[in-house]
Ligand binder design. Structure first.
Ligand code: S3P
Ligand code: PEP
Length: 453
C-alpha cells in the first residue's frame, strides 16, 4: 500500500538478485514541454504517453487556468486532446500553483505574460527557496511586467505577472548558471514575442545542456525557427507554433533507480521503449552505469526509434554483487541522487562534480546527500559544487529524510534494497514525477518480473 504523505516507509529489502522488465511512464521534462507548446500552438494536437504525476498535473492545471483545454481520450489520462489558449482572450485574476515543480514555476510566467490576465504564480513554501531571478529578469527585459510583493528585483515565488496581451521581445541577457530552465523557459515562449527573442547566457557554466537541447528539439518539431549561432546564444524567430501529434518518450531519468537496482543486487533490469535517439539526460545511464561495473546492452526494435535497454550488474565468484567506484563524473544534474546511492554502495571512489546548482533543486541536494550518507554511517566530502565518496563503506540501516524531494526518496529506496532496516520518510513525495513508485518498487524488490512503473 502507498503510505500517506509524510509517513515512514520500510524500504523493501531484496533477498535475491532482481531480474525484471520495467515499463516506464512518460518523461516529466518532455511532457511539460509538450503541454506548454500544445497550449501555445495555433492548431489542436493529441499527446500520447503523457506522464501522470504531480508536476504534470500542476502544468495541466496551470495551462487550463490560462485558457487551454485538455480532453482525455477514452478516459485515459495519458492521452490528451489539447485545444490551445487564445492568449489575448485570457483575462481576469488567475492563480497558478506550481507546487515544487521547476518546470511549472519557470515555464508558466512567460505564457502568462502574453495573456491579458493578472496571474499570481505561487507554489509550496519550499519552492520559495528555488531561484527565479534570471528567468523573471529575462522576461522583463523582453517587455513583460512582473512584480512580487516588496521584491526588487524579483528573485522568488510568489510573484504576479501583469499580462499585456503581447510581449515585445528582442535582445535578452541572463546568467543561467543556476538552472538550464531559465534558458528553456524563455526559448519556449520566444516565438510568441512580437520580435522573437535573441537570448544570451552571460555567465560561465550552463547546467543540464541536455535539457536545453531538448527544448530546441521540441520547438523545432513544432515548426519554430530557432538558431544557435554561437555558444551561449539562441535566436527564436517570431511565428506560429504548430505542435504536431506527439508520443512522449519514457522517462529515462526515472529509469535510473530501477537500473541501479540491477547493480545493487547483481541482477538485470530491462527497460523497453528506450529511444535510440533522444535529448534526455537519462540516456547517460548507458555510460554512467558501466563506470560502476555494469554491462549495458541495447537491442533495437527494427523500424522504430525504440529498443530494449538491459543493465546487468556485476557479481564476484561467490555470486555477490560488486559495484566498482565510478571515478569522476561531471554534470549529472538530476541523475545525481541515484548515482550517489551507487557511489555509497561501491567498493571504490567516486567524485560527482559540477553539481553546485543542485543546491537550488527541490532541496539543497549536496547537503541532503551528505546528511543522509552520515545517517547510514558513511563520511563523504561535500564541496561547494561536488561530492566525493571514498567507497568501501559499511552501511547500516537508518531512517532517511526525503526533504520533499522525489529523488532523495528514491535514493533511500535504492539503499534499502541492500541495507536492511532502511526506512524512508515521505516516500509519497515520489508522486512529483512518478504515478505510484512504492507499489512498483515493492513489486520489483519482491521478485515480480513484469513491472509497470
Ligand atoms: O527543463 C527541465 O525539464 C529540467 C531541467 C534540469 O534543471 P536544472 O538545469 O536546474 O538542473 C533538470 O535538473 C530538471 O529536473 C528538469
Ligand atoms: C530538479 C528536478 O526537478 P524540477 O523540474 O522541479 O527542477 C528533478 O526532477 O530532479
Amino acid at each position: 500500500m502507498t503510505p500517506a504523505p509524510g509517513e515512514d516507509w520500510s524500504a523493501p529489502f531484496a533477498d535475491a538478485p532482481i531480474h525484471a522488465t520495467v515499463a516506464l511512464p512518460g518523461s516529466k521534462s518532455l511532457t511539460n514541454r509538450h503541454l506548454v507548446l500544445a497550449a501555445l500552438s495555433t492548431t489542436p494536437s493529441r499527446l500520447t504517453g503523457v506522464l501522470v504525476s504531480r508536476d504534470t498535473d500542476l502544468m495541466i492545471q496551470a495551462l487550463t487556468a490560462l485558457g487551454a483545454t485538455f480532453q482525455r481520450v477514452d478516459g485515459d489520462p495519458t492521452v490528451l486532446d489539447v485545444t490551445p489558449i487564445a492568449l489575448a482572450a485570457t483575462t481576469g485574476p488567475i492563480t497558478v500553483e506550481s507546487g515544487l515543480a521547476g518546470t511549472v514555476m519557470r515555464f508558466i510566467p512567460g505564457v502568462a505574460a502574453g495573456t491579458n490576465a493578472t496571474v499570481l504564480v505561487d507554489g509550496d513554501e519550499q519552492s520559495y527557496a528555488r531561484p527565479m531571478g534570471p528567468v523573471i529578469d529575462g522576461l522583463i527585459q523582453a517587455g513583460a511586467r512582473i512584480s512580487a510583493n516588496g521584491q526588487d528585483p524579483v528573485t522568488s515565488l510568489p510573484l504576479t505577472v501583469h499580462g499585456q496581451g503581447t510581449v515585445p521581445g528582442g535582445a535578452v541577457g541572463i546568467d543561467s548558471g543556476g538552472s538550464s530552465q531559465f534558458v528553456s523557459a524563455l526559448l519556449l515562449v520566444g516565438a510568441t514575442f512580437q520580435r522573437g527573442l535573441d537570448l544570451r547566457h552571460t555567465g560561465e557554466h550552463t547546467p543540464s545542456p541536455e535539457h536545453i537541447a531538448m527544448t530546441i528539439n521540441v520547438l523545432e518539431a513544432a515548426g519554430v525557427r530557432i538558431e544557435h549561432p554561437e555558444p551561449n546564444r539562441w535566436m527564436v524567430f517570431p511565428g506560429p507554433i504548430t505542435t504536431p501529434d506527439t508520443a512522449v518518450e519514457p522517462d529515462l531519468s526515472n529509469a535510473g533507480p530501477y537500473l541501479a537496482a540491477a547493480l545493487a543486487t547483481g541482477g538485470s533490469v530491462t527497460v523497453p521503449y528506450w529511444p535510440q535517439e533522444t535529448t534526455q539526460i537519462g540516456n547517460r545511464w548507458r555510460e554512467i552505469l558501466p563506470a560502476f561495473g555494469a554491462t549495458v546492452s541495447f537491442e533495437p526494435v527494427a523500424g522504430t526509434n525504440y529498443g530494449n535497454l538491459t543493465v546487468t550488474g556485476k557479481r564476484d565468484d561467490k555470486g555477490r554483487p560488486v559495484i566498482t567506484g565510478g571515478g569522476e563524473i561531471a554534470d549529472l544534474a538530476e541523475l545525481t541522487p541515484t548515482t550517489a546511492a551507487l557511489a555509497l554502495l561501491a567498493d571504490g571512489p567516486t567524485q560527482l562534480t559540477k553539481i553546485g546548482h543542485l543546491r537550488g533543486h527541490e532541496t539543497d541536494r549536496l547537503k541532503a546527500l551528505n546528511a543522509e550518507a552520515a545517517k547510514l554511517g558513511a563520511t563523504i566530502e561535500e564541496g561547494t559544487d561536488y561530492l566525493a565518496f571514498a567507497g568501501g563503506y559499511d552501511l547500516t540501516g537508518a531512517t532517511l529524510d526525503s526533504y520533499a524531494d522525489h529523488r532523495m526518496a528514491t535514493f533511500g529506496a535504492i539503499i534499502g534494497l541492500v541495507v536492511k532496516d532502511t526506512v524512508v520518510n515521505d516516500i509519497a513525495t515520489t508522486a512529483k514525477t512518478m504515478p505510484d513508485f512504492p507499489t512498483a518498487w515493492t513489486a520489483l524488490a519482491t521478485g515480480q518480473r513484469d513491472i509497470r512503473a
